[in-house]
Design a protein around this ligand. Structure first.
Ligand code: BGC
Length: 410
């Protein structure tokens, strides 16, 4: 199966999950708070902040032509209105190093973490978030924009809504902060009432601001002179209805995905990030079938989902599609290969039907910090020794790298 000329083949990471020492961010405080509900703190992560030259070389050597990573807002604007020249220079060196190797950098501006000052003051649930984010985009574009080749504004802008909808479906409606949340917010300082970390905030309050922030950020990037394609990325599920579940499915699909896909019509591309499917019955979401294989995240192993979501994204948004994440948390690397192979067959079939898909970016380059779950789930093509930081490519890294190099799935 041959892929189109210029099809991008890449892997992805996100700053907080790999860099280490992201101490001005909201999550760093929460991970290290006495009452933390994170499995463990991110700590040094993969020390990618210092080891990125060797990681880029590894990526290149494996055969990939693109690398999606994020620049960290908490490092660039650690205090409101103070923009760190040193941090911007760091990311400039990183993007330049990627370009020098011939790797297309796909740069994300916001990947879940935010500066502590932002989250302490209501984060995305506050209307002020829109201007705060746009100002950060403008500064980043002026410092880094001339080197960028793809920019993603907000990673999975629909995730707060998705998480909130799941809570509501579990009858924890409308919004109830997780246990120990208040205690953590108190120990981190600030008014607990206003604390709103991205992954743990009221999605109904945050969504209008996230949609507006993407629009304003997009304009700010363009007017600061960014010439490359700009898009948002969205977490999309293959939402399937069992007998009688159509109405529930349609309702959830519009709330969690449809309104976001409609809001990005006319953008340069839309980033699709898919891991599994979700089935609906007449009462709402259904658990995976009893016999289904589950990944380390508890999701159903269902790589076919990607074909459905790239088709859905293209149909509703009308934008070219870039698969900005797809992957599996598994300790068995043969399952990673099976997963990626099946997902890519779906991408190929969609392309054959005329869907404009620009590339496939696998999550993740490295085994990294999986948020609340800590380092247990293994999403990496490359293993990382937690004591020595030594990298060891898994068979899947060589396999996918060869697919990338040949632009062909055999
Ligand atoms: C996120 C990543 C995360 C991955 C695997 C995506 O939702 O963008 O940060 O590690 O899924 O769970």
């Amino acid at each position: 199966m041959q892929f189109p000329e210029n099809f991008l083949w890449g892997t992805a990471t996100a700053a907080h999950q790999v860099e280490g020492g992201n101490a001005s961010s909201d999550l760093w405080l929460m991970e290290n708070a006495p009452a933390s509900f994170f499995a463990e703190p991110s700590g040094d992560a993969c020390d990618h902040y210092h080891l990125y030259p060797q990681d880029l070389a590894l990526l290149k050597g494996l055969g990939f032509g693109a690398y999606r990573f994020s620049v960290e807002w908490a490092r660039i604007e650690p205090e409101e209105g103070f923009f760190s020249r040193a941090s911007l220079d760091h990311y400039r060196r990183m993007i330049a190093a990627s370009r020098a190797l011939g790797i297309v950098p796909i740069v994300t501006l916001h990947h879940f973490t935010a500066p502590l000052w932002f989250t302490r003051d209501g984060g995305w649930t506050e209307p002020k978030a829109v201007d705060r984010f746009a100002r950060y985009c403008e500064v980043a574009a002026r410092a880094l924009g001339d080197l960028m080749l793809f920019a993603c504004t907000i990673n999975e802008a629909n995730i707060p809504m998705m998480i909130t909808a799941q809570r509501e479906a579990d009858n924890r409606a409308p919004w109830e902060p997780p246990k120990r949340f208040k205690e953590i917010a108190r120990s981190c300082g600030g008014e607990t009432r206003r604390w709103a970390p991205y992954l743990i905030c009221d999605g109904r309050a945050a969504t209008p601001h996230l949609i507006a922030a993407h629009r304003k950020g997009y304009e700010a990037l363009k007017s600061a002179g960014l010439a490359c394609p700009i898009g948002i990325t969205l977490a999309l599920l293959d939402m399937q209805a069992e007998e009688g579940g159509e109405a529930m499915r349609d309702l959830a699909e519009q709330l969690i995905e449809g309104q976001f896909l409609e809001s990005v019509r006319g953008d340069d591309f839309v980033g699709v990030q898919t891991y599994t499917r979700m089935r609906f019955g007449p009462q709402g979401p259904l658990p995976p079938p009893a016999a289904a294989e589950r990944t380390q995240m508890g999701y159903e192993f269902y790589p076919q989902a990607l074909e459905a979501t790239v088709r859905k994204a293209a149909r509703i948004s009308g934008c070219p599609v870039l698969v900005t994440e797809n992957g599996i948390g598994t300790a068995d690397d043969t399952h990673r290969i099976a997963y990626a192979r099946r997902a890519l067959e779906g991408v190929h079939a969609a392309i054959a039907d005329g869907i404009d898909i620009r590339g496939y970016v696998h999550w993740s380059l490295l085994d990294n910090y999986e948020w609340l779950e800590g380092y247990r789930p293994k999403f990496g093509l490359v293993a990382v020794d937690r004591a020595t930081q030594a990298r060891r490519p898994k068979p899947s890294a060589y396999w996918l790298g060869a697919v990338a190099q040949n632009n062909t799935l055999e």
